[in-house]
Design a protein around this ligand. Sequence first.
Ligand code: BDR
Ligand code: CA
Length: 340
Amino acid sequence: MGNGVGGREGGATGPFGTFGLFLARDGQDPAMSTTILLDCDPGIDDALAIAFAAGSPAIELAGITTVAGNVGLAKTTANALAVASFVGLDKVPVTAGCAAPILRPALDAGHVHGESGLGGAVLPTPARVAESGHAIDHIISAIAASPGEITLVATGPLTNIGLALRREPRLASWVKDFVIMGGSASRGNVNHAAEYNIWADPEAASIVFEAGWTVRMIGLDVTLLARATKAIQDRMSALGSLGSSLLLPALAQYADSHDTTGEPPVHDVCAVVSIADPTVFTYTPARVQVETSGRFTSGMTVTDFSPSIIPNARVATAIDADRFWELVLDAYGSVAAKIG
Ligand code: BDR
Ligand code: CA
């Protein structure tokens, strides 16, 4: 494979052979940035997270893998390709993964994200298609080729990650860090108990939380506080085509489907921002277990903060929302300056 984004191209060799990992965008100091793989289901807020990654000097996006979630796999993959091209990430490989949860039927949250999955955003058709191969293979190969260097981020149902761990349990020790947008220590959003990404595939989420690594869980407890207020949306309207063709029409649908405030939360952006600046969120160690059989609680992340437990997660419990938006708008400003 091997794709360069106007920067140097590196082919690292690991237990799974040579995997081309591009390491630096133009003008970006690789020593100052964290390399991430993003597993996602675009999805309005997933799209906004990709746009953030494109503009943040602290993030090097090495690959995007897709999963069924907010809409079906064909749409999440097409959306990932379209958003990546639109924000200038044409050479970041996009690889499709699982079309349905491990044990449960495929879902659709089109009532939240719109029929396409991107709300009212209509982007140009990208000139490329997804990589050949499966997301699970891509995740394992990429991380095996650069042990300790790649942060894995998941902003959709955890099907790809759960199955990757089943195939290659050493993944848990090869990642630099593992971050999810998902779960909640308090309320859910699908129902009182469960957050969407965990509820969609609780068996996969259970595998992920029991994998022996520390999951950095950016859940609803904090993402519901990262709202695109009217003032933030006003600032987005000054961002040229990024604002007018992607951010604002996507958020308009999200606002309609979320609540009556017109100020929707941008859940998935939080996960990527947490990597760009570790000070934005405050964490509390916890033991998180996923309910897979509850009659009313399937998909609940049962979160125990007792000091006596052996933690398997660091759960985000507070957010500096001002700093969050400062970083996000700076990154979007950089993307806007490039794409006009
Ligand atoms: C999560 O569910 C999805 O609908 C969003 O994209 C986000 O990842 C929020 O619960
Ligand atoms: Ca998502």
